[in-house]
Design a protein around this ligand. Structure first.
Ligand code: MG
Ligand code: MG
Length: 268
């Protein structure tokens, strides 16, 4: 059952989302060769608690850490460890925060130093597909419209869309209805309702869409060992239009990137 949020609840959710956005912005300045994902995890946990929130993932379904850290061929749900990041790696960082009873949940895939052009293109196209998906999150549309948009955009580049893991509604629970697959058919699935909040999160593989899971019970990686990218935003349906609650602006500030990709989805 989809649980629509009041405008007051959406503002509380924006607060939770922005704590995650700022955490990712802080991490953007720290992601470099030599740092371990466990060190980044500790920084994130302190930062989130200092902002009056709780790490959203720690303990959720018994996940052990604050961040899901998924380098290179790992898709999502990687567990932070003591292995230093290396020049040329990519690292998908997924972060959650809980404040005022509401979750924020979003993700960004960072380049560690210089990365090869093919991987750089994977990151670019995956991030673009996130905004293509957000643009389809509109009154009258259905989950299949968002999934179709993301799938159509990324498969045109020969990429694989992960099937087993999907976006989701978000609110007082990290995972609420509806499921938001990154593939689908136009006009199919659950219809969007005013006030709902979702996590749209394409997980896109450079090669096959097929995945496998490590014996740790968490880590998902590509079946062919090629890289995978993950970008995620929290979006509310307000006046029938997609409105971003999260932002990558803090990341871009840290990295010196200018971008207007979020502009169409920011409330006046
Ligand atoms: Mg997430
Ligand atoms: Mg999510």
């Amino acid at each position: 059952m989809i649980i629509p949020k009041s405008s007051e609840e959406i503002e509380l959710m924006r607060e939770s989302a922005l704590i995650v956005s700022k955490t990712l912005g802080m991490l953007a300045g720290e992601v470099k060769p030599g740092i371990t994902t466990l060190a980044l995890d500790a920084l994130a946990e302190t930062f989130i608690r200092d902002h009056g929130a709780l790490p959203g993932f720690k303990g959720l379904y018994d996940f052990p850490n604050t961040l899901c850290m998924s380098p290179n061929a790992q898709v999502v749900h990687g567990i932070p460890n003591n292995k230093p990041l290396e020049e040329g790696d990519i690292i998908s960082i997924d972060c959650g925060a809980l404040k005022n009873g509401f979750y924020g949940d979003h993700a960004y895939t960072f380049a560690v130093g210089e990365i090869d052009p093919a991987t750089e293109k994977l990151l670019k196209i995956t991030k673009e597909s996130l905004y293509v998906g957000i643009d389809a999150f509109r009154k009258g549309n259905r989950t299949g419209d968002v999934g179709y948009a993301i799938q159509h955009y990324t498969e045109a580049h020969g990429y694989g869309v992960v099937r087993e893991l999907v976006g989701h509604g978000v609110g007082r629970k990290m995972h609420e209805d509806p499921e938001m697959p990154n593939y689908g058919r136009r006009g199919q699935g659950k219809q969007f309702v005013e006030g709902m909040v979702v996590a749209i999160e394409p997980m896109i593989n450079q090669g096959t869409h097929r995945i496998k899971q490590l014996k740790d019970g968490w880590t998902i990686l590509t079946a062919d060992g090629l890289p995978s990218a993950h970008f995620e935003h929290n979006v509310a349906l307000v006046n029938g239009q997609p409105q971003l609650l999260s932002t990558f602006k803090y990341i871009y500030d840290a990295l010196g990137i200018s971008s207007d990709e979020e502009k169409p989805f920011i409330s006046a």
